[in-house]
Design a protein around this ligand. Structure first.
Ligand code: BYC
Ligand code: FE
Ligand code: FE
Length: 471
């Protein structure tokens, strides 16, 4: 393993110093990135010391270095996981052949498109979250927000490195464009839907990190199985950072649920909202919204793009190399629910064309695992309420269910039945206004807003009362 060149302007373990052209190109992009961070990164607190972890090495345990830094001084770097010796292409028509260290000409456009799409989500999420520090429910939550933000910035660097190193002029143009699109902008929006949605409150932030960052986990996992080895190695390292983002979402939502339960017990005849909490049915609505928006990110259930990505080896399934023996999938089928003549029926789809759905299935299972943990926490509070994931057909805007109306149980219903009930299923303007009214910053160490329970654990073995941000 190459030691990280931590002293050079761009910390890296890719021997940037050995490629002057590439180094100069990235050094030119760096000020544009810092300008973007200044304009579109977290609003406020840029001059404050934040207790952040910084990747200083990709060795196990060595990549998480904690200390107080000002966000603009965070060392955004380029880190690839260690190369696997004699790695072979995990999936598709070329399975078993040596992986690619450079981009084959015939797959150049497809690979660039995927890397650009992946790269686009990273700054988009920072833009979506930029106002949240002003209403952080505690200093530790604020610190977690900033940790997620700087790491999404680093993930942008990871994709920009690949574009600069492997795609020449087009790659450099795409890297510039990644700093020009803006989340939610009418003229220059970000590429994928969920990344143009507003993220105005902390309940949304926790749903986003729980559900949308988890799409990141599965997309990165699928790209970690890529035949293009630099992409695979980049994604493997990003996945390590991603785990914390997911826990911010999972544990954040659990704390909101626990607080709702506490308020129900303190005032059994009272209303959670009258006592300044977020009631469980409201949390369920936010979950419905963000789970379904995140399902859209997997692309259509039946997709020739997905089949191409799989057969060429550009993408694999989740844990393709470890968990599967048949890596070709050529004569296999997937039993897919489709809508025909006003009814849901099962049809056989060529497995390669169903690869988006296969990945989505793994994602849904992972989400279900977390929902079970939440329900245990609610039960432990002695409250009789069960959180549920809605059907994957409910509230979709991409794929084969998007033009139909479904209820959260997955029953096909009419559009007017949907309209008549949607206020029970998804956040209403009144719900949003209520949640928004609770968003008031708490910046005293060890204190927490009324609508959320204090966390059970601090960060890096520090207490909850630690000065995570010096305000
Ligand atoms: N919104 O065959 P289809 C993360 C487009 S998150 C808008 O259905 P395909 C992160 C699609 O582009 C992980 N458009 O889809 C999380 C295509 O367009 P064209 C991000 C959409 O191509 C939190 C058309 O519909 N990484 O890292 O199989 C914080 C039909 O294509 C959407 C990736 O996504 C949508 N939701 O797959 C920070 C990995 N869905 O060709 C970071 C890279 C589909 O008609 N991306 N379309 O113009 C991919 O692998 C694929 O592009 C997709 C879609 C999985 C997104
Ligand atoms: Fe990311
Ligand atoms: Fe993330």
């Amino acid at each position: 393993m190459k030691a990280i060149d931590y002293e050079s302007r761009i910390p890296n373990n890719v021997d940037l110093g050995g490629d002057r052209r590439l180094q100069r190109a990235l050094e030119k992009w760096q000020p544009a990135f810092l300008d973007w961070w200044g304009d579109m990164g977290p609003e406020g607190f840029q001059g404050n010391d934040v207790y952040l972890r910084t990747a200083v090495s990709t060795d196990p345990g060595g990549w998480a270095n904690f200390g107080h830094v000002k966000m603009p001084d965070y060392r955004w770097g380029i880190f690839l996981s260690e190369a696997e010796r004699d790695r072979v292409i995990p999936a598709g028509d070329h399975a078993g052949k040596p992986v690619w260290q450079t981009v084959p000409g015939e797959f150049r456009n497809q690979l660039r498109r995927i890397i650009v799409t992946q790269g686009d989500t990273e700054p988009a999420s920072v833009e979506q979250q930029r106002w949240l520090a002003k209403t952080a429910p505690s200093l530790m939550d604020m610190r977690n927000l900033f940790q997620v933000n700087v790491e999404e910035g680093r993930h942008l660097w990871a994709m920009v490195y690949l574009l600069h190193a492997h795609f020449g002029r087009d790659g450099r143009d795409e890297a510039d464009a990644l700093l020009e699109r803006r989340s939610g902008d009418a003229d220059k929006p970000r590429i994928l839907d969920a990344f143009n949605q507003p993220c105005p409150d902390w309940l949304t932030f926790f749903c986003f990190t729980m559900f949308t960052d988890r799409d990141g986990k599965y997309q990165l996992g699928s790209l970690a199985e890529s035949a293009f080895d630099p992409l695979s190695r980049t994604c493997r390292f990003m996945l390590i950072e991603e785990a914390h983002h997911l826990s911010v979402g999972e544990l954040g939502l659990e704390r909101v649920m626990r607080r709702a339960c506490e308020l129900m017990k303190e005032d059994p005849n009272g209303d959670v909202r009258d006592n300044g909490g977020i009631d469980l049915p409201t949390i369920q609505k936010w979950i419905n919204h963000w789970f379904c928006y995140s399902l859209d990110l997997f692309g259509s259930e039946i997709s020739s793009n997905a089949a191409d990505y799989f057969s060429t080896g550009i993408k694999g399934r989740w844990r393709e190399a470890k968990d599967y023996t048949d890596h070709s999938c050529i004569n296999e089928v997937y039993q897919m629910d489709v809508v025909r003549d006003g009814k849901v029926t099962v049809e056989e789809v060529a497995l390669r064309n169903a690869m988006n759905e296969v990945l989505r299935d793994d994602y849904v299972k992972d989400c279900e695992r977390v929902v079970k943990r939440w329900n245990k926490a609610i039960a432990a509070e002695g409250v009789d309420f069960t959180m549920k994931l809605p059907s994957t057909k409910f509230f979709r805007r991409q794929g084969i269910y998007a033009e139909h109306a479904f209820d959260p149980e997955g029953n096909l219903i009419t559009h007017s039945e949907y309209e008549a009930n949607v206020a029970n299923w998804l956040p209403t303007p009144e719900d949003r206004e209520y949640v928004d009214s609770l968003m008031i910053a708490v910046t005293e160490p060890g204190k927490v807003a009324n609508w959320i329970a204090a966390p059970k654990r601090g960060i890096n073995k520090q207490d909850f009362g630690f000065e995570y941000v010096r305000v």
